[in-house]
Ligand binder design. Structure first.
Ligand SMILES: Nc1nc2c([nH]c(=O)n2[C@@H]2O[C@H](COP(=O)(O)OP(=O)(O)OP(=O)(O)O)[C@@H](O)[C@H]2O)c(=O)[nH]1
Ligand SMILES: [Mg+2]
Length: 319
């Protein structure tokens, strides 16, 4: 039996580091929840037209510019909802609760997912994530590693995967602790890469997240970290993306989008295939493989969260 499918346009409005939430009115689906403003498409409307009309009707503002953030589908008991989410990067007017709904501005990290509709988990992750995810290269020298981290921080990078596959556990622990001590005060979030179980305990101890290699994602039935700590997955196809979302990962990297120096003979997905895979994914997806930070916008235009960059950031002078 075919289910009802409802398309909804949703806006993320930011001001002084805070995001606008509005409260669903009594008598509506999910009454009392805090949500991102927006509403259902009317017949014949394009997503951005629906967004502009909804924000005019609900908040009395005029949308000036938008950037697509994430589109995902959520099965509610009575119908499926597709949320088309946009960053509203400029608008005119002061948002008001024109339908009597309460308004509230909150920093992204203080929004409690439990206050939002059940469909909003991926949307909140997307709103909290930047559009560049740096992935470290292999290294063993702590001073060199910290110099590279400093350079990333100075360049505005705020999400880092610490990937050191050849280090023993003791050296990795010391290195991760040193990186976190530097990253925490500036709000850079760090994910520990690897399949080993001890990484979960280390992540909890240091206030870090975990990034699971594809083989580790396939092997687990549930994310290894509690909500609130980032849990990311490496994926290469639709099956892996679906599994990553099912086990509760917050975001994924999908590769290889372009041909890379490290795997020149591996066929690249290209942007069209990337977009098709992201379209079906229920979590934010970064493009990985041959990416440079300035391609974040292209990734966004193809439905992605942004780019995951290895060489281009960690080792920009390298080959
Ligand atoms: N606006 C909005 N809707 C959401 C969010 N999350 C989510 O699951 N939804 C669902 O998407 C649908 C949007 O419906 P809506 O009630 O806002 O639609 P609308 O503004 O056109 O209202 P109307 O139908 O009373 O005219 C609802 O089923 C709602 O529960 C969200 O963050 N914002
Ligand atoms: Mg609405």
């Amino acid at each position: 039996m075919s289910r009802d499918l409802v398309h909804v346009a949703v806006g993320v409005l930011r001001r002084a580091g805070e995001i606008l939430l509005t409260r669903r009115l009594a008598g509506t689906h999910l009454a009392g929840c805090w949500e991102f403003p927006g509403g259902k498409f009317e017949p014949g409307e394009m997503p951005e037209q629906a967004l502009a009309r909804e924000l005019r009707e609900e908040l009395g503002i005029e949308v000036v510019t938008t950037q697509s953030l994430i589109r995902h589908r959520h099965p509610y008991p009575t119908r499926d909802v597709v949320l088309h989410t946009y960053e509203v990067t400029a608008w005119q007017g002061e948002p008001l609760g024109l339908q009597g709904q309460a308004l509230r501005w909150l920093p992204a990290e203080r929004i409690d997912p439990a206050d939002l509709p059940p469909a909003d988990g991926p949307l909140l992750s997307a709103a909290r994530l930047p559009d560049v995810y740096a992935i470290s290269g292999d290294f063993s020298d702590q001073a060199d590693c910290l110099r590279r981290v400093e350079r990333l921080i100075a360049g505005g990078v705020r999400l880092l995967c610490l990937r050191c596959p050849d280090l023993d556990a003791g050296t990795y622990r010391a290195l991760a602790a040193a990186v976190l001590a530097r990253a925490r005060p500036v709000g850079m979030q760090v994910l520990l890469h690897g399949a080993a179980d001890w990484l979960t305990e280390l992540a909890a101890e240091l206030g870090a997240g975990r990034h699971l290699p594809a083989r580790a994602v396939a092997a687990v039935g549930q994310r290894p970290l509690p909500p609130g700590a980032w849990c990311a997955a490496s994926c290469h196809d639709a099956t892996e993306l679906a599994h990553a979302a099912r086990i509760g990962c917050d975001f994924a990297v999908l590769s290889p989008v372009a041909v890379t120096a490290s795997h020149p003979d591996r066929p690249a997905l290209g942007w069209a295939r990337f977009a098709a895979l992201v379209e079906g994914a229920a979590l934010p997806v970064f493009a990985l493989g041959g990416m440079q930070p300035q391609q974040a916008r292209a990734a966004r235009e193809h439905g992605g969260q942004g780019v995951a960059v290895m060489r281009g950031l960690w080792d920009p002078a390298g080959g």
